[in-house]
Design a protein around this ligand. Structure first.
Ligand code: HEC
Length: 132
């Protein structure tokens, strides 16, 4: 399924407002959490070229990469990664969690709050809770 989360956001926000709760997304059983506009913007700026416009690991860079970027829409694969590991891999890069150096570190680009927001956004994208 081709889904552009960037385009879906306004619709989701509108339906959330219609239902009178902007935390509707967070309320769904074991699934999505609320996320910020800033997280969406940061993803579309810094992550999309590898992880893809559809968040499935098929960004324009991925074709020539020896290690394929993680499919962020994969509930099983992402569900196996604890929040703190996701935070760490974004902040310190792939090597910090024994993954590929092809996953860059973003600690000099984003502050901790922005990274936490990205973790929440990734939980929304994978529609999976965290294991801890
Ligand atoms: C230059 C390409 C590239 C960019 C840009 C990039 N990533 Fe990655 N990312 C990768 C690759 C490659 C992997 C797979 C590493 C592996 O499996 O060894 C990965 C893996 C991950 C993982 C899974 C880590 C794990 O423990 O399995 C997460 C989460 C992630 N990236 C988040 C992000 C976020 C958020 C951004 C933007 C801030 C981003 N990535 C930007 C290439 C990239």
């Amino acid at each position: 399924m081709k889904t552009n989360f960037g385009q879906r956001l306004p619709l989701l926000l509108k339906s959330a407002l219609l239902l009178g709760s902007s935390l509707m997304l967070a309320g769904q059983a074991g699934a999505a959490e609320a996320y910020t506009e800033r997280a969406l913007r940061n993803y579309d700026t810094y992550c999309v070229q590898c992880h893809g416009i559809n968040r499935n690991g098929r960004g324009i860079n991925s074709r020539d990469m020896s290690v394929q970027p993680r499919d962020h829409s994969d509930a099983k694969g992402m569900g196996d990664i604890p929040n703190e590991e996701i935070f760490r891999v974004i902040k310190e890069g792939g090597l910090a969690v024994n993954k590929s150096v092809l996953m860059p570190a973003w600690g000099n680009v984003m502050n901790d709050e922005e990274i936490r927001e990205l973790v929440a956004y990734l939980r929304f994208v994978c529609k999976c809770g965290s294991t801890n």
